[in-house]
Structures are given as C-alpha cells and as structure tokens.
Design a binder for this molecule. Structure first.
Ligand SMILES: Cc1cc2nc3c(=O)[nH]c(=O)nc-3n(C[C@H](O)[C@H](O)[C@H](O)COP(=O)(O)OP(=O)(O)OC[C@H]3O[C@@H](n4cnc5c(N)ncnc54)[C@H](O)[C@@H]3O)c2cc1C
Length: 428
C-alpha cells in the first residue's frame, strides 16, 4: 500500500479543494487497522460526491475504493455482505446478475456504500426510507484500532449515519430484495395542481418532481414497482438519456451561464421538452438513476411532510418572487421517516426541497436565502450537501444530537476523526 504525501484533493463539484498531508488506499482490513493506529488525524473519503467539506483532512486521507469486494451473498435470505468501498453501481450490476436489487436508490450510483450511508443519502417514495435503512449489520474500526460489529437492534446501531466521525466503517451487510422493474410515467402538470393534490401523488410507490423556475409547471416522475417485462427502447435511451439529457442539457446550462436573460426561456423550453408523456418499464436501478448532471452547487433540506402543501407553496413563491435566475433543475423528493440518530428523516416522514444552481456568482446569496427559509420551517440539511448552520441550530432539530456527541467522545476521545467542519458540528 503506497502512502502519497501532499495529495491534492477536489470533490465531484470542485467546490472543496485541499491538500492532504498523506493519502492512501488500503486493500485489507488489517491495513485499515494499522493506519488508524499509526495516524493522529484521519478522514475517510468515499467517491468524493459530497458538497460539504466532510473529507477535508489535516492528516491522513484514506480512500477505500480498493477495498470493495463482495464477502458473502446469501440468496435465500437475500443479504449481501460487502467491503465498505464498493460503489453502488458495482452493487447494482452484481445483484442484478443474481436476480436481486437494492430496494431504493438515489439519482446516481457513483457513491460508495459507506459514503452513501454516512450522510443519509436517499431516493424518493414516501413508503421508502433512506439507503441506510437497508443495512442490517456493519463493522466499525474505532480510533484505537478495535473492530466492533453493530447489528440492527443493538444499542448503537442507529448511529450508523455518522459522517465518518465514529471510526471507519469496514464491512456492511445489506438486506436486498428480488430484482424488480419500475413502470415509469413522466409528464408535466401545473405546480399548483400538484401541490393541491399532493396526497394523491404521494400514493405512488415513488414520486418526485423537477422544477425549472420560474415555470408554473413541474415535471412529475411516478414509478410503480412491477414484475411486468421491460419495454424501454434502447434507441430512446441512447437518444434521450445518453445524448439529449447529457450533452444537449450541458450545452444549454452553459449558454444560461453566459447569458443570464436566456435562463428563463431555456427553463421553459426544457419543461416543454419533458411533457412527454414518457411511459416505459425498465429495471429498477436504471430508472432510479438518472444521467449524471453537469457540475453544480446544491443544498437540500428535510422537512416534515405533513406541512408539504404550505411549504411547497412558500417555496414556489420564494424562488418566483426573487431576483435569482436558475440554470439548473430544482428537485423535490419524499422519504419515509426512520430512527437513525443523525438521519435527516429522524422520526418524521420527509419532504426534501433545496436550491440548485450551476452558476457560482449568485450562489452564496441563493444559499443564504434558502437557509433562512429552511430554518424558519425547522428543516434539517442534507449532511453531504452545502449548509452553513452549525451545532446550536442542529442540536435543536435532532433529538439525539447530544447522544451522538457522547458516543463520538466515547469512540474517539482524542478527536482523531474530527476535521474543521465536523469539529464545528460535533466537537466539545
Ligand atoms: C451528482 C450527484 C448526485 C447525488 N444524488 C443524491 C441523491 O439522489 N440523494 C442523496 O441523498 N444524495 C445525493 N448525492 C449526495 C451523495 O449521495 C452523498 O454526498 C454521499 O455521501 C456521497 O458518497 P461518497 O461515497 O462520495 O462519500 P464522500 O462524499 O466521499 O463521503 C461522505 C461521508 O462519508 C464518510 N465515509 C466515507 N466512507 C466511509 C467509511 N468507510 N467509514 C466511515 N465514513 C466514511 C466520509 O468521511 C464523509 O463524511 C449526490 C451527489 C452528487 C455529486
């Protein structure tokens, strides 16, 4: 295992850049344990797909991409045990070959399983929880090099969403499901109509919205879980998902970046192009995951879904009544509540809304304006996305925040796994 000095790191969005004094990619659990014992300051990085500066390291930056094997596949029980660095797209393919699948996914699959778990990564569907809900057991190497195993039902299992602050997650066992298809119906309707009938939309297995402000229409995605055969056309996939949604969209985003006044017409054009309706059946992971978007800035917050009507109305007004111009999709999603201490969905079914923009110039102002709105409505920020609130706000919104801080102190008394951001969140 090579240790590289002065490693230049940048995250996917390129908004976090730093030089890590040391960088390495262990391939075995023993190597991970030895590194933890040898170094005073450590952060783990998955695929670097977080916008927040979670991975910034004053000492060692450890990446587990080479620690990515399947350790055990139990077909009758539908469980899979993997090393923490495996990426979701690798899991999707592996499971598919065995007639199985992850039950829920977010929009992309480039993340590592441990990275996705650690920030509360989620998909959409009010009866489905975040990706971490699929774990039934995981092992953690603590700051002193000790390995512990936490099973669902154990006292500290619910601290699994831990932003790399309790130690290094080493092995993960997931409860998976039989492979399934999704019947995807995508179309456009008035935003106000969706808000007024939100409960009916939420009855779909999976439901999310894309909004291109200031349009008064939104793109509606509904997915029904089914065993009916796939019927999506490969030609449509190449044209729409590989050429138009990637290259043509990137070009329009760039044009909007250069010419501010064209952003709103471009957004209207994009909405009209999605009128479809698209009606197709395809493998679950091919529908959950969308083509990789262009680099952009992003904040996303979790709110109580029971306030969805009022919140969505206020959100629509916030952006249409502002002087901001957007050249990126605003995504609206829903997930079921859970009981992970630091889950953004802790004990409440959740509406996710946020702010997304490609252009950097207005970004700080947009972020600030959205955060004021979000705090007024008791939102909880996605840990992997941009936010500026800190401990004094967060501890009021997470009933188990103090319990997490206590556990962190117990597992890592010297603060080996703390960096600048996580010290501000969970330091003493
Ligand atoms: C294009 C794009 C699309 C996205 N779509 C979604 C989406 O649909 N839904 C959603 O909720 N989020 C989404 N995200 C956010 C993303 O899922 C999260 O930020 C996720 O945590 C990134 O995973 P990663 O493997 O890149 O981890 P990183 O960003 O590298 O790390 C995230 C955290 O995990 C910790 N970590 C990583 N590995 C370990 C380990 N082995 N042990 C302990 N801690 C560890 C790190 O220390 C850090 O705190 C998206 C991001 C991008 C860039």
């Amino acid at each position: 295992m090579k240790i590289i000095s002065d490693h230049s790191f940048k995250n996917w969005a390129k908004n976090v850049r730093f030089k890590a004094p040391f960088f390495t990619q262990p391939e075995t659990e023993q190597e991970i344990i030895d590194l933890i014992k040898q170094h005073q300051k450590i952060r783990v990085v998955g695929s670097g797909h977080s916008w927040s500066a979670l991975c910034e390291s004053e000492g060692l930056l450890m990446n587990l991409e080479k620690y990515n094997k399947v350790l055990e596949l139990n077909k009758p029980a539908k469980t899979i045990k993997v090393q923490a660095g495996i990426k979701l797209h690798q899991l999707n393919i592996l499971l598919d070959k065995e007639g199985m699948a992850l039950s829920i996914l977010g929009s992309i699959a480039k993340q590592t399983i441990a990275g996705a778990i650690s920030t509360g990564t989620h998909g959409s569907g009010i009866r489905f929880q975040s990706l971490a809900s699929q774990i039934i057991e995981f092992s953690l190497i603590k700051a002193n090099g000790e390995k512990i195993i936490l099973k669902k039902g154990d006292e500290n299992f619910n601290a699994a969403i831990s932003l790399g602050c309790l130690g290094v997650i080493s092995e993960v066992t997931l409860q998976v499901t039989d492979a399934f298809n999704l019947h995807d119906k995508t179309y456009v309707a008035k935003f106000s109509e969706v808000i007024n009938n939100i409960d009916e939309y939420l009855a779909h297995d999976h439901f999310k919205l894309w909004w291109f402000p200031p349009c008064d229409e939104v793109v509606i995605y509904t997915y029904k879980r089914t065993d009916v055969k796939r019927n999506d056309s490969r030609l449509r996939q190449i044209l729409n998902d590989e050429i138009l949604s990637v290259w043509a969209y990137r070009m329009l985003v760039k044009v909007g970046n250069l010419v501010n006044k064209w952003r709103n017409p471009i957004n209207r054009f994009l909405t009209s192009q999605m009128k479809g309706p698209l009606d197709r059946i395809e493998k679950s992971f091919m529908v959950f995951n969308v083509p990789e978007p262009p680099k952009h800035r992003e904040t996303e917050w979790a709110f109580d879904v029971k306030d969805a009507k009022e919140l969505l109305t206020a959100y629509q007004q916030l952006f249409t009544g502002s002087h901001f111009t957007f050249n990126f999709i605003q995504e609206i999603r829903f997930t079921k509540g859970d009981d992970f201490w630091l889950s953004e969905c802790f004990e409440r079914d959740t509406l996710w809304i946020g702010a997304y923009n490609h252009e950097d110039k207005q970004w700080n102002e947009i972020l600030n304006s959205f955060e004021v709105f979000a705090q007024k409505h008791n939102g909880r920020p996605h840990w992997g996305k941009e936010f500026t609130v800190r401990k004094n706000y967060l501890e009021k919104n997470y009933p188990k925040y103090a319990a997490f801080i206590e556990l962190r102190k117990q597992f890592d008394p010297e603060g080996k796994f703390l960096n600048r951001l996580t010290s501000e969140l969970f330091g003493i």
